[in-house]
Ligand binder design. Sequence first.
Ligand SMILES: Cc1cc2nc3c(=O)[nH]c(=O)nc-3n(C[C@H](O)[C@H](O)[C@H](O)COP(=O)(O)O)c2cc1C
Length: 170
Amino acid sequence: MLELLYPLRTYLIVSGVEKPNVMTADWVVPLSFEPKLLGVSVGHKRYTNKLIKEFKEFVVAVPTIELLKDVWIAGTISGTNEEKLSKLKLTLIKSRKVKVPSIKECQANLECKVVKEVEVGDHTFFVGEIVDASYGDAFKGGKTDLSYRFILHTSFGKNFTTNSDEIFSP
Ligand SMILES: Cc1cc2nc3c(=O)[nH]c(=O)nc-3n(C[C@H](O)[C@H](O)[C@H](O)COP(=O)(O)O)c2cc1C
């Protein structure tokens, strides 16, 4: 049934400190302006779920379509048994306010501290307070530059598209 909500945007979630891990997530939602809150729903079986519960921090990174191969690997291999990072062509860099790293190649990195964990069926909904954020040229000047192609997941499975730069006003 949840496929009826697609297309959804696709993001990368970084978790863990000494041995960080990256997971792909569509189920990311803005929640509040003040305090600045967002939520991400992470399956109980994901290694990411364990790491976020342990360190109480995570980073939501915003990829563009150029990173699709890595997005697919991060979303189909689990860090539980495999060393996933070595399979990814992503560079982890220091975040500003959290110990979990950010991703250099992404156009934005939202640094979050967990303020609430809600068990919702087979997932945990993590509510994160955004304590800092860094961003690239796609967001300079306070406007999103739509010549950057953000990833849109069209349905469950291997189907992706991007935003177009056509603007529609109501
Ligand atoms: C495009 C895409 C979106 C995904 N969205 C989510 C999501 O929102 N929540 C989730 O728990 N898993 C999601 N997954 C599945 C996880 O990314 C996948 O199970 C991953 O291998 C978990 O990695 P980990 O065990 O290292 O944390 C998605 C996978 C793909 C390919």
